[in-house]
Design a protein around this ligand. Structure first.
Ligand code: ZN
Length: 137
């Protein structure tokens, strides 16, 4: 059984492999899908800043490329921040695409591995998701 602590540890581990030469803000993420599989990702910066990929996006891309699309939990950790990390707004939207807002858990960690847990709905109480496009068909 994979615990939240395991996910946070994996997020901290992969944060060490982040490519962050510009911001020095090294971030890792570890997704646990509803089927129990784990997928990690780290931020990948670019000299053209707009091309930078967040850790959450990296983990989501890996998850989807492995045929999984349902996030049960995601741990996110930053190495050089002085507080518990918070996902950016774009990543909350990215997570939303593959989540159930009322039950998907986000474990947000500080560099020491101490974390707080929120549902996606707590962090993003009003959000746009795939169901909004159902009536467009
Ligand atoms: Zn982000």
């Amino acid at each position: 059984m994979t615990t939240a602590e395991d996910l946070v540890k994996a997020a901290l581990d992969v944060a060490h492999r982040a490519y962050a030469p510009y911001s020095k803000f090294f971030v890792g993420a570890c997704i646990k899908t509803t089927s129990g599989q784990l997928f990690i990702g780290c931020n990948v910066e670019n000299a053209s800043y707009g091309a930078t990929l967040c850790a959450e996006a990296s983990a989501i891309a890996t998850m989807v490329s492995h045929g999984e699309q349902h996030i049960a939990e995601i741990a996110i950790a930053g190495l050089h921040c002085n507080q518990t990390i918070i996902p950016c707004g774009i990543c909350l939207q990215r997570i939303r695409e593959f989540s159930k807002p009322s039950t998907t858990l986000l474990h947000l960690a500080n560099p020491q591995g101490k974390f707080v847990t929120y549902t996606l709905e707590q962090l993003q109480p009003y959000s746009f998701g795939p169901e909004f496009l159902e009536t467009a068909k």
